[in-house]
Design a protein around this ligand. Sequence first.
Ligand SMILES: [Zn+2]
Length: 287
Amino acid sequence: MLFRGMACKEQIRFFATESTAIVQTALDLHKLAPAPALLLGRLLTAALLMGAEIKDEVSNLTLNIEADGPLKGAIAIYEYQGKVRGYAKKPDFFDEEVKNNWNIGNLLGKGTLNVIKDLKMKAPMTGTIELQTGEVAEDIAHYYLNSEQVPSAVSLGVLFDAEGMIRSAGGYLIQQMPSANPEDVDKLMLNLANTPYITDLLDMGLNWEEILHKIIFKDMDMSITDSYPVQYHCSCSKERFADALRLLGKDELETMQEGITPVCHYCNKQYDFSAEDIMQIIQSLNR
Ligand SMILES: [Zn+2]
């Protein structure tokens, strides 16, 4: 579930989500090693939180981390009503240390976080920042402060069990509006400093309503305005792949005359384009 709400006389807004099943699905689909699972899990959770402001069916949000270290990066895409998908650029990169310290920034190295908000009505809004720590949450907070001038507190967590399955995953995004009372912000920062890891709280069986009311916004006015389910969902189809093939043009398509079997990066589904399918696509270009 994803929860949206306001606090402190509507001068602080928040988004909070549990993403355990989504991160487990990503891990299973892409057979992720622990470090890329941490990276993609955090990025998918961030996409859920950042996408919560999207309210129409055609808009979407893309987060792309591109880095020069061995972990390379990951992509996560949010679509309408809590649907996310993504992939890690080095899904099988294995690092012995990551299960001891949970740090991935050193494995990413130098790089960028690119945010694309495709709101369809006008040209996409894009913002790019240099990675700060590479641990994702700090990078998202830095993006909001520098590209959108919105002070934000971000937490993203992925917790594994001993067998390498996802025990819990989730996070929050809390944003300060321009006329927020500084005393309220101080109180919130103190509460956040005293908040244990969200993944531990979720793992202990607390739900988000309890975490928000009793811990993060303890002794503060706040209300959850709405909530909705979230899921890992890929919207690929043979038609979409055919559209992409058309963009390659006739010359390129003629090299594929025996047929091809492209695989979706996001869900690993394979599509079969026979020699006849390719011929039809070429013919459709000639019309
Ligand atoms: Zn797909």
